[in-house]
Design a protein. Structure first.
Length: 197
């Protein structure tokens, strides 16, 4: 999940007020003018006093603590497994998710997918149709008490399900959505857990 805040910004062509958003790998400013910073545009970025300062002189007034936090997040972006909360030794299941890179990442973190889908800490389920969402009731019992279900769906123009449809199907089963991540270049994922009393 990225960062998002209302800020005052100073550019070489003047001052502006707007929303600053960081969604790796982009830093986006939406004010009177939309500005996008990526790759080389973020090289040399640093926190300076209360400001997040880019190499081109662009300044975003965030306050000292926030500027430091933003600089750290941008210069040291979290990998996918960190974003989705995978820790070594977790029991992880994959259903309808064909992602060899994910399998390799999980194995490297000592959380390789298990064949025995019981007592899972994390279950990744690919769903791109209403029929696949109909399978959710069978998945909930596979989760450990504090386990999480990640539902991954195509994003952008290729999407065949809307996030609101996924959320409605999961919430109807007593699940609570609590995180969304860009799972890959083509997939977005929503995280659900059981509702706590």
């Amino acid at each position: 999940m990225g960062k998002d805040v209302e800020v005052r910004a100073t550019f070489t062509d003047g001052v502006d007020q707007g929303r600053l958003q960081y969604e790796p790998p982009k830093l986006l400013f939406r004010g009177a003018q939309r500005r996008v910073f990526t790759g080389e545009g973020l090289a040399g970025l640093k926190a300076e006093g209360d400001d997040l300062l880019l190499a081109d002189g662009s300044r975003f007034h965030l306050g000292a603590k926030a500027a430091e936090s933003w600089a750290k997040a941008i210069l040291n972006p979290k990998g996918r497994l960190d974003k989705i909360g995978v820790k070594p030794g977790m029991r992880v299941g994959l259903i309808n998710v064909a992602d060899d890179d994910l399998v390799a990442e999980l194995a490297a973190r000592n959380a390789a997918p298990v064949a025995d889908l019981r007592d899972l800490d994390l279950l990744f389920y690919g769903a791109d149709s209403a029929a696949e969402l109909d399978g959710l009731p069978d998945l909930i019992p596979t989760l450990a008490d504090r386990g999480a279900l990640w539902i991954a769906s195509r994003k952008g123009k290729a999407a065949t399900l809307k996030d609101v449809e996924v959320m409605a199907a999961a919430k109807a089963l007593g699940l609570v959505d609590n995180k969304v991540v860009g799972f890959s270049d083509t997939l977005t994922a929503l995280r659900f857990t059981r509702r706590r009393p």
